[in-house]
Design a protein around this ligand. Sequence first.
Ligand code: UGA
Length: 449
Amino acid sequence: MKIVVAGTGYVGLVTGACLSEVGHSVTCVDIDEKKIQKMKQGISPIYEPGLGELLKKNNDNGKLNFTTDYKNAYKDADLVFIGVGTPEREDGSANLDYVFNVCKQISDNIEKDCLVVVKSTVPIGTNDKVEEFLRENLKNNDIHVEVASNPEFLAQGTAVIDTLYAKRIVIGVESEKAENIMKEIYKPYNQPIVVTNRRSAEMIKYASNDFLALKISFINEIANFCEMVGADIEDVAKGMSFDPRIGDKFLKAGIGYGGSCFPKDTKALHWLANDNGYELKTIKATIEVNQNQKYKLFRAAKQRVGSLKGLKVAVLGLTFKPGTDDLREAPSIPNVRRLLDEGAEVVAYDPVGEDNFKRIYPNIKYVETPEETLEGAHMAFIFTEWDEIKKISPTQYIELMNNPILFDGRNCYKINDMRNFGIDYYSVGRKAVLNLKNKSNKEVAATIM
Ligand code: UGA
């Protein structure tokens, strides 16, 4: 079967590469010729461990092809996977323009029966509309086109492994024929397959992402409350995690979730429910808690020092999570904005996110190592828990900083380790460690010696 994948972002490219890895013949379509040339050489346009190797290997052995010539690609495709973006509109709803642009190209060009598989995250009911659109716009009415929903569950940074060793494959179909084709395609993966109708498959995607986002907002609220009553969120989460009904995943408190999915998908589902006359109260709360959580440590810093004007602030970590160069909805972005608005001098470090951050903030100082960030700083913020950042020892903060006050938005350190050093340490869901606060400058200097 000839498989064509539309879109070479996270979803499209990883889908195409992994389908070719298990033996299928795949053509990935993109409009950008330069990007196509790079992918042919095994250079991934996105930072994703293992993806470059898959591109190179399967391009070399002829299983994976890249083209800008969508007309020829769609003409004789048996299956077209749509993996283009569905960004957020201003009102929170999903923008489906890219999906329907691809549909138009498909209906204009296909010359044989085709199964169109929607991998993009789309509002419930979209697959029905896609099928209707394709059928209405077909140039040749003798052709049978059908649509299947096949949501994606990969996470950035682990996308290849998440796909090749997925926990489940969800297939939403309206006919036995489509079900059989999809099962055949996924046979080599040897993973559990859940077959539903298309609307349920679309809902499974949103419900899964929104549940994970809700879990994070829940643990963040409990963390905030822990600080008030003298409990420790790390211990609380650990204690909860042994209950298999709760589990140990997505219970890490911090300064909120970011990325291209949770923020967008919570708002999209909330919007869609509202549009249907129903208020999803848990999702509304999830969004509100996350919005507030982002600035938690900025507020603590303001409260601690009053004015940030003229202070040198070290920013450690820029991406929305480790393992990616993606900055979408990263808590670092609005926090740096606030720091700059307050008149702080920001010095930033991130092992891979620097170039992208420079496009948003070209005028702040960027350095190559975490240590350089800390030199002479009056306070430091951790926004992403990169290994390079977790490796900084408490003594390094004392040795390098002008004033060792650390605001750790990802709870990178054990609280007891921080108690034994002359450092002030604010984290999430744990009582602040204040070694310096009530000491004179002389005493502070003595702890630094
Ligand atoms: C998420 C889902 O995990 C994937 O299953 C899904 O396929 C994907 O969205 C998508 O819809 O495409 P992703 O956005 O790549 O994947 O990243 P996650 O690892 O889920 O992290 C999202 C955010 O939650 C990050 O900012 C992370 O720091 C935060 N997070 C995660 C926490 O604050 N606490 C946790 O315990 C876990």
